[in-house]
Design a protein around this ligand. Sequence first.
Ligand code: SF4
Length: 424
Amino acid sequence: MSLDSPARGCRDTPVLKERGQREVFCGLTGIIWLHRKMQDAFFLVVGSRTCAHLLQSAAGVMIFAEPRFGTAILEEKDLAGLADANTELDREVARLLTRRPDIKQLFLVGSCPSEVIKLDLARAAERLTTLHAPHVPVYNYSGSGIETTFTQGEDACLAAMVPTLAATKARDLLVVGALPDVVEDQCLSLLAQLGIGPVRMLPARRATDLPAVGPETVFALVQPFLGDTHAALIRRGARHLPAAFPFGEEGTTLWLWAVAQEFGISRAHFDAVTAAPRARAAKAVAAHAETLNGKSVFFFPDSQLEIPLARFLARECGMTPLEVGTPFLHAAITGPDLDLLPEGPVISEGQDVDRQLDRQHAARPDLTVCGLGLANPLEAKGHTTKWAIELVFTPVHFYEQAGDLAALFSRPLRRKALLTAPIF
Ligand code: SF4
């Protein structure tokens, strides 16, 4: 583990705050990974045909399976029609739950259209919970593009669950944030080898595994975009363990070490457990660092993973971040990563896309990390880009994925080098 911090990190760097037009997906996108993670949950989007198209095209792979998300399309209604809309919603939910006894948790997900905004989905969720208790709790959150960027959908979903979690006085570790099952298993295996437990996960794979929470609960985040969930857990009395995020060899080691110290694990035992996977991770990253070393990178604000990823690219891959944009900056959550990110890049929060494009053009980075909407026009202008959304859909956490994470950034640079290489 590299315990050396840079002479000056970015925690005290003045933040460039921007408010203007932004180019990001809405929070409905989170349903794509949440429905895979929560195996007995159903996500019912109350929205428009646009919402249905977004979900169908983004999650088209579900076409052969019994789906676990759907869209209740609300046609234009005046206020007098809202009573009917509530009745229709109750009827659709009753039909769904009768037909699908495998559903144990239901999420009503709000969206942008004004008819949906007028409908009180929080009250609908309360009413439906009463109707379908105790078999199926009904939660509500917003995935609206007016209120949420794409990773905020997961935050809103988890934050909606926290107030309903059972109370406990047990000293549990709660790991918070959706991870692919294979990565979650690796995380749990490392914690078990260290002798840390009991460990609970939020979100849980099934409703019966939902964690309890209380004043002895300590929680560690594995996703940096969980600001509302972080606040909701603190309101329940739980205590946050601040740590660098488990991206790359160093990030994973620091995250595990923060947890290990809290649970009184000795340094010798920690080193014995982590030595082999750390060596594997460092070797896997080094293979890609050859391509990345000395290159510059510019982050548009998109996934809220930007600060930990910039730290990983700067410290483990030798890249120079020029600007690190993030939709929201929670110092309580990303502070440890900001401490490690060497001073130098512009740190920006929010977006004014035209101004940021001007800065990106002036900086001429070797690699630009941005959303899909910006990637194609930037590629057309000769920039090399990485789609931020891939960072959320690809398993990238913990030691065994460190090489894959570095590969996500080295691949576009290698492709560009091949395309521009002279042909003899
Ligand atoms: Fe639906 Fe709004 Fe998302 Fe468009 S931006 S898909 S209308 S929630």
